[in-house]
Design a protein around this ligand. Structure first.
Ligand code: GLC
Length: 412
């Protein structure tokens, strides 16, 4: 297949996963609208159908809660093939949705979409919603300055070793019986294990029991960890939102202030032992034991640190393809199990935006080449083994197709 054929296939995947105004990540495994997947889908659509790209963001933000939160899953239609569905979350939201959020990449990508298409009116309609969402992050997810997650799923990097410490403290004694659906769609060895799943469900049950009251969740919830990836993403997203405000002639300096505050709080995530920004448990103050791809998003926020860069460079050099989600030297590394080692085109694309901003042309090109190689060899899969390039997880994946169109297929 030539790259032009792959362009065609990628567009066909986005069209096939389109459910009318929103795009599912992939049939079977993920049959609803996911938050950050949709933002990437919008970016992909914008390369050949800009109007449809903006529609994707509009549909996502139509599910925004009055609090400003934009949920991580929107259950537009019922589908028995997924667990935990709307009935388990029981948020009472319309449209039905989960009760947590996901990485706030929308402003970063909306800015790029606007730069490419010049659709100022579509951006204007989105601006107050982006602002409200970022304010929600500030009000409800930055209890000690950096961005925290109340559930590993909120990080978008579900079973990453970043969360092992916090997860170990989650009590699963009252979880009860349930039937997973994910392992009916893809090989169980590529998915989180049963102990992880029990904990995921226990955290959902806590949120449901308190009616998704954010104060209770922050104060008494079973899980709260500082996330370097979301902190970096949010810093960048706030600065991009400030740039959007300037384009629109809006006068609001809050996003810039929020970005500065996040940056000032970053030392709390610095691990001397690992010489990197890593996840940290709010309750105990303990640091995660390995460097994840979260650290590699530093450049996205304009955060440069020579010691960390050196460690990240060694990690990258120790694999063949892309940035691994976990350090191959760590005991927890597993090259095919989801966020415990594999490389994810979608994260590589975010890291690449950081590299571009830092003017690191050669590294950006290398990352793009390696990501493109994975897709050329393996197809539009969810993620890949960074050592031998084996395609893993779901096939015909929306965000992999979108990343191909918007970034990885770039020439040079
Ligand atoms: C998994 C991923 C998450 C993604 C979702 C849908 O839960 O960890 O990042 O949004 O699948 O693709």
């Amino acid at each position: 297949m030539t790259d032009r054929d792959l362009d065609e296939t990628a567009r066909a995947i986005l069209r096939a996963n389109d459910r009318g105004g929103y795009t599912i990540p992939t049939g079977g495994l993920y049959p609803f609208q996911w938050n950050w997947d949709s933002a990437f889908a919008a970016w992909g659509f914008s390369t050949f159908d800009p109007g449809r790209g903006w529609d994707e963001l509009d549909t996502l933000f139509a599910a925004q809660w009055v609090t400003g939160m934009v949920p991580h899953i929107i259950f537009h239609k019922e589908d028995a093939g997924y667990f935990p569905g709307a009935d388990v979350w029981a948020t009472g939201a319309t449209p039905p949705s989960s009760g947590i959020s996901q990485p706030p990449v929308a402003a970063i990508l909306a800015r790029r979409m606007h730069e490419a298409t010049g659709d100022t009116e579509r951006l204007r309609a989105l601006y107050p919603k982006l602002l409200a969402w970022h304010r929600w992050w500030r009000d409800w997810r930055c209890p000690n300055g950096v961005a925290c997650v109340t559930h590993p799923w909120e990080s978008g990097r579900d079973n990453c070793p970043d969360w092992d410490l916090g997860m170990a403290r989650v009590d699963t004694s009252d979880v009860g019986e349930y039937t997973r659906r994910d392992t009916g769609h893809v090989d169980a060895s590529m998915r989180p294990g049963k102990e992880d799943y029990d904990r995921y469900i226990a955290i959902v049950q806590f949120g449901r029991a308190c009616g998704w009251d954010q104060e209770t969740i922050l104060r008494d919830g079973p899980f709260l960890m500082g996330d370097p990836a979301i902190t970096f993403i949010l810093i960048r997203a706030n600065r991009d939102l400030a740039a959007i405000a300037r384009v629109l002639g809006e006068d609001d300096s809050s996003p810039l202030r929020w970005a500065d505050d996040l940056e000032a709080a970053l030392p709390w995530l610095w691990s001397d032992a690992l010489q990197a920004y890593v996840a940290r448990d709010v309750a105990t103050g303990s640091f995660a034991s390995a460097i994840s791809s979260g650290a590699a998003l530093g450049l996205l926020a304009g955060v440069e640190n020579a010691a960390m860069e050196a460690r990240l460079a060694r990690i990258w050099d120790s694999v063949r393809y892309g940035i691994p989600s976990n350090d191959p030297a760590a005991d927890s590394f597993d090259p095919r199990r989801y966020w415990r080692g594999p490389t994810w085109p979608v994260v590589n694309a975010l890291i690449a935006i950081g590299l571009q901003s830092a003017g690191r042309v050669e590294e950006e090109r290398r990352l793009r080449r390696e990501t493109a190689e994975l897709i050329r060899q393996g197809g539009f899969f969810e993620y890949f083994d960074p050592l031998d390039g084996t395609a893993c997880g779901g096939d015909n994946f929306t965000w992999t197709a979108a990343i191909w169109l918007a970034w990885a297929n770039g020439k040079d």
